[in-house]
Design a protein around this ligand. Structure first.
Ligand code: NAI
Length: 253
């Protein structure tokens, strides 16, 4: 039986890698798209250990002309694209007072997190619709709790994720009748390289009760949700936002 194929952007490490592993466990073959020219040693083995075919594409999602090559690589590898996980993203280029936010840093965050993701989703959606499905289909976008909760020291990041959130809603409407599930997954504070530089700050905040679950999120917490959404079992929930944050975003007194 033909196995479904998934693209995971930024899948070389962190949340993306956990999504790739969880999707592989769920029966998907995996194409990791990431910045490095070649996959790091061990990445192919890590994915293969979950029983999946592994493919890799070197890709900067901010480079829109490169999207065609990425889509072709996935089609060549798997014959269809059944799941796209829009995970690649960067944090604020510089954390600091928004009164000092530099236009070039704002542009960079938006170019990768928002513009790159929007147009890659568009390219993949067209490829999906041009071929018959192998399994349930989905486009799952990793935004952030920062799509809704403000952090004035990284306003560029928050704005990029808020914009992405609205993109997901629009894409869900466009693809609902095509039977492509479109979801936004909003992680809270997750232990990865992205947060390693601010881990002491978050340790203290979590200890003080910022996260009601009293722990860091792990990349695998996100992978588990993404694999469940990609299964198609939640197809009628298309357009939904799924918070994965230990109740961090629940308003409270
Ligand atoms: P990370 O920095 O550990 O990994 C990001 C991966 O994306 C890396 O492999 C990197 O090479 C790749 N990447 C970065 N820019 C790229 C580009 N232009 N094109 C292709 N690949 C690119 O980050 P982490 O923590 O795993 O984050 C993944 C996603 O989750 C991001 O979108 C981030 O905004 C989001 N997120 C992370 C949270 C956290 O606490 N770690 C919380 C909320 C959201």
């Amino acid at each position: 039986m033909t196995r479904p194929g998934a693209i995971v952007t930024g899948g070389a490490r962190g949340i993306g890698l956990a999504c790739a592993e969880a999707l592989a466990d769920a029966g998907f073959d995996i194409l990791v798209a990431d910045l490095a020219e070649k996959p790091a040693d061990g990445l192919a083995d890590t994915i293969a250990a979950h029983g999946a075919e592994f493919a890799y594409a070197s890709c900067d999602i901010a480079d829109l002309p490169g999207h065609r090559k990425l889509v072709e690589a996935a089609m060549d590898a798997f014959g269809s694209i059944d799941c796209l996980v829009n995970n690649a993203g960067i944090g604020a280029v510089v954390r600091g007072d928004l009164l000092d936010l530099k236009p070039q840093n704002f542009d960079r965050a938006l170019a990768i997190n928002l513009r790159g993701t929007v147009f890659l989703s568009q390219a993949v959606a067209k490829a999906m619709l041009a071929t018959p499905p192998v399994s349930a289909r989905s486009i799952i976008t990793i935004t952030s709790v920062s799509a809704a909760m403000a952090s004035p020291e990284r306003a560029d990041y928050c704005i990029s994720k808020a914009g992405l959130s609205m993109w997901v809603k629009n894409l869900a409407l466009r693809l609902a009748a095509e039977n492509v599930g479109v979801f936004e997954v909003r992680p809270g504070i997750i232990r990865t390289d992205m947060t390693s530089g601010v881990s002491a700050k978050y340790d203290a905040l979590i200890d003080a009760g910022l996260v009601p679950a009293r722990r860091w999120g792990e990349a695998a917490d996100i992978g588990a949700v993404v694999a469940a959404l990609a299964s198609g079992k939640f197809g009628f929930s298309t357009g939904s936002v799924i918070d994965v944050n230990g109740a961090l975003s629940v308003p409270r007194l």
